[in-house]
Write a protein that binds this ligand. Structure first.
Ligand SMILES: Cc1cc2nc3c(=O)[nH]c(=O)nc-3n(C[C@H](O)[C@H](O)[C@H](O)COP(=O)(O)O)c2cc1C
Length: 189
């Protein structure tokens, strides 16, 4: 696939089953994703890989953070089991004279989305999930986050459901997004 085909084919995969990429393949793809643009080459992020029972530990932490009746807690805990592989995205910002925090967040998102496209190209499905629990204290604890680090949620990764046809994607209105200073811009301008 070329980049255009990969971009067009990518969807957030809400139904994921096993298998997912193994540690070796994941490391290979992360290495490639590290070529994403990154001001100052700070690489201000890290990923925590959660498989098998590690997902259960995360689920328990999410349930502790969410609270509620036992049935609600069980439902929350089960969310961490929706894919064979969860990758916690952790922002590790540094004080830098030229690269503010927002740029470090932007670089992190560039790397994560590059990883998403690489996964797509290899036939793996993924979805980035966030929510109020992502950076809650029990979740931070189980992920072992340092004080300045921030959990940005999880990439859920696995085998996408091949029976689900690609949802049609309405074309984006590029003209509404484009402007210029001296002349109209965009197709048909
Ligand atoms: C930073 C970020 C956080 C997201 N969080 C969630 C989430 O918590 N739950 C969810 O179902 N989808 C989440 N998504 C996926 C979006 O809902 C999804 O990208 C959007 O619906 C468009 O669908 P598509 O990715 O298939 O084009 C998130 C996406 C991003 C980039």
């Amino acid at each position: 696939m070329n980049v255009e085909q990969t971009v067009l084919a990518r969807r957030s995969a809400t139904r994921l089953t096993g298998p997912g990429p193994d540690d070796r393949e994941l490391a290979e793809l992360v290495e490639l994703a590290m070529t994403a643009p990154d001001h100052g080459r700070l690489s201000p992020w890290r990923l925590v890989v959660l498989r098998g029972d590690e997902r259960r530990l995360l689920g328990e932490a999410m349930a502790e953070a969410a609270g509620g009746a036992p049935a609600d807690r069980e439902r929350t805990a089960a969310k961490a089991l929706r894919a064979p592989l969860l990758i916690s995205v952790v922002l590790c910002p540094r004080d830098h004279p030229k690269v503010p925090r927002w740029e470090q967040l932007a670089a992190t998102v560039c790397a994560v989305h590059t990883l998403v496209l690489l996964l797509q190209e290899r036939g793996w499905g993924s979805i980035w999930r966030t929510g109020a629990l992502a950076d809650a204290p029990p979740v931070r604890r189980v992920l072992g986050l340092a004080g300045t680090e921030q959990s940005l949620g999880w990439l859920y990764v696995g085998t996408p459901d091949a029976r689900r046809p690609l949802a049609p994607r309405p074309p984006g209105d590029a003209r509404a997004k484009l402007s210029s200073l001296l002349a109209p811009v965009g197709p048909g301008a």
